[in-house]
Structure formats: structure tokens, C-alpha cells
Ligand binder design. Structure first.
Ligand code: HEM
Length: 82
């Protein structure tokens, strides 16, 4: 697979709104989930809490995400790595 770009956490943090794009990290992977915000089963407000940063603290609280189909969905939105 072609190599994706590397980003810093500071760059990811600049993507916190649909207008600026909504980026999140999971491990060292970076995702642009802008197009998924309105599709999120937990609603747009909840997913936007994680915008610009790491998913882990939120997903630790909402175990519904600890399923293979959630990570498979996320993989489609990968845009880079930290
Ligand atoms: C449910 C994906 C971020 C809260 C779900 C489900 C998916 C999903 C696929 C349905 C799972 C199932 O029922 O099998 C994602 C993705 C996220 C994200 C891809 C980030 C890119 C968040 C965040 C929060 C959150 C940050 C909380 C702050 C919830 C809640 C539900 C849920 C509460 C349950 C909704 C319900 O069944 O009523 N999410 N989520 N999610 N998510 Fe997220």
C-alpha cells in the first residue's frame, strides 16, 4: 500500500469542526471522519467531543466501540499516521 502522510498531534488538533474537517487519532493512526459525523449511531454531538484528538479516552467509557465492525468502519477514513 502507498505510504500515507505523517502528522503531528498539533496538526490533528487543528481539525475540530466540520468546516475545518474532523480528525481523530486511534493509536498512531490519523482519521478524517468528517463524512461520518452525521452517520454516527451515537449522534454528532458525541463524536465531536473527540474531534482533534484521541478516541481512546472516550471509547474507554463507551464499550460499544470494542467490536471488530467499529474498527473496520474507522479504517476506511484513515488519512495518515502520527
Ligand atoms: C455507537 C462509531 C466516537 C459515543 C457507535 C456505533 C458505531 C460508532 C459504529 C454503533 C456500534 C454498535 O451499536 O454496534 C464511532 C466512531 C467514532 C465514534 C467511528 C469516532 C471516529 C464516539 C465518541 C463517543 C461516542 C467520541 C462519546 C463521546 C457513542 C455512543 C454510542 C455509539 C453513546 C451508542 C449509541 C446507541 O446505541 O444508542 N459509535 N463512534 N462515539 N457511540 Fe460512537
Amino acid at each position: 500500500a502507498p505510504q500515507l502522510p505523517r502528522y503531528t498531534r498539533a496538526e490533528v488538533a487543528q481539525h475540530r469542526t466540520p468546516k475545518d474537517r474532523v480528525w481523530v487519532t486511534y493509536g498512531t493512526d490519523v482519521f478524517d471522519v468528517t463524512e461520518f459525523v452525521e452517520l454516527h449511531p451515537g449522534g454528532p454531538d458525541k463524536i465531536l467531543l473527540a474531534a482533534g484528538g484521541a478516541l481512546e479516552p472516550f471509547w474507554a467509557l463507551y464499550a460499544v466501540h470494542s467490536q471488530p465492525h467499529v474498527l473496520e468502519l474507522l479504517r476506511d477514513y484513515k488519512v495518515g499516521e502520527l
